[in-house]
Write a protein of this length. Structure first.
Length: 243
């Protein structure tokens, strides 16, 4: 509990988490307002349409998560942390837990606020009547939390803010989509890319989900497994090298 309290204090005494959280809310809710206002009557009938901006909000959350680690390496405070807590894995797990919890809360607030605003702006029925519709909205927080775990792991492995953030942004916004362009096998590989799988968990339904290699529950488990494996690798690396 002491480690969690320390990491909470360290996180919230800097400005970047506050700014990133506000930007995430603005992006997710803002895209919902834009789409709800621009879509013709009768065409905004899917609850998932209100969550169009979640990908961009997720990238901001990942920047927040990466900075929570890389700034400590940049200013050398990570050495003080490891001197105070010789068990490096415990210290990094505490940091990961605090960041993931913040990401979960921000994601849930953003998702439900976006859905609420879209529902208020549209004449169509956007009520959460089915399990799939609840996943469309409530699942955003889970995806944000797991994405933040991935970002923390990348931050631990790279240790430089610019490098970690660049890698995360390029991968999430471009690399996975470009993989589809590989002749013959591109689409098959794309079906197993972690962030595409996470998107399938949130929005998968109907024929698209029937053709997918994993169910919605399986997609969430796969994304969580990817995040945890990457985190485990980063903890082992951090434990073996100099701070």
């Amino acid at each position: 509990m002491t480690l969690l309290a320390v990491e909470r204090i360290k996180l919230f005494t800097t400005r970047s988490p506050w700014w990133c959280a506000l930007i995430t809310l603005a992006v997710v809710i803002g895209f919902a307002a834009i789409f709800a206002g621009a879509a013709p009557t009768g065409e905004f009938t899917d609850v998932s349409n209100s969550q169009f901006g979640y990908v961009f909000g997720m990238t901001v959350i990942m920047v927040l998560a990466a900075l929570s680690v890389t700034t400590e390496y940049r200013f050398g405070t990570i050495r003080t942390t490891f001197q105070a807590v010789p068990n490096r894995k415990a210290a990094l797990l505490a940091k990961t837990g605090v960041v993931a919890l913040l990401s979960l809360v921000v994601g849930e607030i953003a998702a439900f606020a976006a859905w609420g605003l879209a529902s208020a702006m549209r004449p169509e029925d956007l009520m959460l009547n089915t399990t799939a519709e609840w996943i469309n909205v409530a699942g955003v927080g889970l995806v944000f939390a797991l994405a933040s775990v991935i970002a923390v792991a990348v931050g631990v492995l790279i240790r430089q803010s610019a490098g970690a953030i660049s890698l995360l942004l390029i991968y999430t916004l471009a690399v996975e989509n470009l993989i589809q362009l590989i002749p013959k096998i591109g689409r098959d590989i794309y079906d197993w890319m972690p962030f595409h799988v996470a998107d399938r968990f949130l929005t998968g339904s109907g024929r698209a989900m029937a053709d997918a290699p994993l169910s919605q529950a399986g997609s969430l488990a796969y994304f969580a497994g990817f995040a945890l494996v990457l985190l485990a690798i980063s903890l082992v690396v951090a434990d073996k090298r100099d701070a």
